[in-house]
Design a protein around this ligand. Structure first.
Ligand code: TXA
Ligand code: MG
Length: 344
């Protein structure tokens, strides 16, 4: 166990510049600090320091072959990490950074090799969050940061989620309040001169990307579960709540029928649903996730982390439309439920 320093920056980020400097000094000294981004909390280490990066894999229990995202503050810093940037990638960078999108590019070897898990490529993101931006400016090195959760669990969208998983294992946690987007970034492979391929749906939708560069490819593994994903991390169990999760497709009456069937087996059931549906459902706990897909994305991981085996036996979650950020929401839910789906 190590002592974890917590800084509360929820009132005014810029008033607390000294705290961010202190966190940056810890990262520069080779320690791990969790910090907020606009998507989820990240667990940061100096991406040029192999020993510091190694600590991330240990703290999270992350498989060694799952590469990390290097975060930088500016496009100039991104250029310093890569050997080649196709013209279409420049366009995407122009359109969407800073923001919830990660570019997989040819590495020039500046980041430590374990950031890329030995691949010749490196994933780079410019986060759009004042704390993340200030931390990156103060560190003046790229920060390697996966989501700040124990591997396999839902990503953290609050500092409390981070503390639940990593208190005593890392040097610090910066609390910047709940994150906004709530889903991780879109990971897009830009190593092919012909055009990009989406490896993981996320905060920027396929439709938004296609408006900038025309038709984009999607890793076939995202739609066919028997295919091996291109992105190494996507083959692992992910986003799993403590309590079993089942997804239900159907009207609110059909969802209620499934709830009633499970409750008749003496299961204590919690339900996650869009606000409109949630208002019409009855179970031990009903959590409205939001009025639209953006709000649902923001609140999904909190919902998945809300229940423990002591009080709930089963979580039932509504199936949402796969438009816009709904693609990311359903990608995460399908993994969290291990494809356990009931058609109402
Ligand atoms: O929004 C986000 O992306 C958050 C915040 C903290 O920035 N980070 C995040 O990191 O979600 P992580 O480690 O949980 O997910 C990174 C994903 C993994 O699926 C990994 O396999 C993939 O990106 N990835 C990283 N480097 C890659 C590479 N060189 N080639 C292909 N996939 C890569
Ligand atoms: Mg993750």
């Amino acid at each position: 166990m190590i002592s974890t320093k917590c800084w509360n920056l929820t009132d005014d980020v810029l008033k607390n510049k000294q705290d961010i400097e202190e966190a940056a000094d810890l990262i520069k000294s080779g320690a791990l600090v969790a910090f907020p981004t606009e998507t989820v909390y990240g667990l940061g280490a100096d991406a040029t320091n192999e020993k510091a990066v190694e600590k991330i894999f240990i703290a999270k229990g992350r498989p060694q072959d799952n590469p990390l995202i290097a975060h930088v503050a500016t496009v100039e810093q991104l250029r310093k990490l890569v050997s080649h940037l196709p013209a279409y990638a420049e366009k995407l960078i122009q359109a969407f950074t800073p923001g919830p999108i990660t570019f997989v590019l040819q590495s020039n070897g500046t980041c430590a090799s374990n950031v890329s898990a030995g691949l010749a490529t490196v994933a780079i993101r410019i986060p759009d969050h004042p704390v993340a931006q200030q931390l990156l400016l103060d560190c003046d090195v790229p920060i390697a940061a996966p989501s700040a959760n124990i591997s396999g669990k839902p990503s953290p969208t609050t500092a409390d989620h981070v503390a639940d998983d990593l208190l005593g294992k890392i040097a610090g946690i910066i609390d910047g309040g709940p994150t906004g987007v709530g889903m991780e970034s879109t990971v897009i492979d830009c190593t092919n001169d012909l055009g990009p391929t989406i490896l993981r749906p996320g905060g920027i939708s396929k439709e938004q990307i296609e408006k900038v560069v025309g038709k984009v490819s999607v890793d076939p593994a995202l739609t066919h579960s028997h295919e091996q994903p291109i992105s190494p991390g996507l083959k692992y169990k992910h986003y799993s709540p403590e309590v079993p999760l089942v997804l239900v497709k159907g009207t609110h009456e059909e969802i209620q029928t499934v709830i009633d069937q499970e409750r008749s087996k003496s299961f204590r059931v919690a339900v996650l649903a869009g606000t409109k549906t949630a208002e019409k459902l009855q179970a031990e706990k009903v959590i409205p996730l939001g009025k639209n897909l953006d709000e649902i994305a923001t609140h999904l991981y909190s919902g998945l982390r809300m229940f423990s085996k002591q009080d709930i036996d089963l979580i039932i979650c509504e199936i949402f439309p796969e438009t816009g950020i709904g693609q990311a929401v359903m990608n995460r839910l399908n993994k969290a439920a291990n494809e356990s789906i009931i058609k109402g």
